[in-house]
Design a protein around this ligand. Structure first.
Ligand code: ZN
Ligand code: ZN
Length: 144
């Protein structure tokens, strides 16, 4: 029993590593796909995926990131960094920019609070969606 639980947790963790900032549902679908191709034998439910993501976060193995107030995304990268989310397809990626720890100090002075961290999520169109939109516009004959 314990062993089965560990295996499920491992496959959830692996899915987060293999996917790029997935949601619980992405993780679930990824595991089901792997199962179909015979890479995994054990069945898993969406509830089990949720539970394991929660445990992995509580034990400090995964981080949940704030890229959308309504959807929880998971990240295996634990150092503070910024994210960008595509408004069209929902993809979440890392922003290649240094974390600005000095903002925390500034806010400490302004608020009198002890700041632990901050998160920042940008939104926009990913390169794929930008291209798709440009092609659609070109095909429609519309001019900008
Ligand atoms: Zn996109
Ligand atoms: Zn990230």
């Amino acid at each position: 029993m314990e062993r089965r639980k560990t295996k499920q947790r491992d496959s959830v963790f692996e899915a987060v590593m293999e996917l790029n900032h997935p949601t619980a549902n992405d993780v679930y679908e990824h595991i089901i796909r792997k199962k179909k191709t015979g890479m995994l034998s054990k069945k898993i439910s969406l509830g089990t995926v949720y539970r394991n993501l929660q445990i992995l976060e509580e034990t400090g193995n995964l981080a949940s990131i704030y890229a959308d107030p309504l959807v929880m995304y998971y990240d295996h990268r634990l150092d503070p960094h910024y994210h960008i989310k595509c408004v069209s397809c929902g993809a979440v990626r890392d922003v290649d920019m240094d974390y600005r720890a000095e903002i925390n100090q500034k806010v400490e002075i302004l608020s009198g609070w002890e700041i632990e961290s901050h998160s920042l999520a940008f939104s926009g169109l990913c390169p794929e969606c930008k291209t798709a939109r440009a092609e659609k516009t070109a095909n429609g004959g519309a001019t900008r």
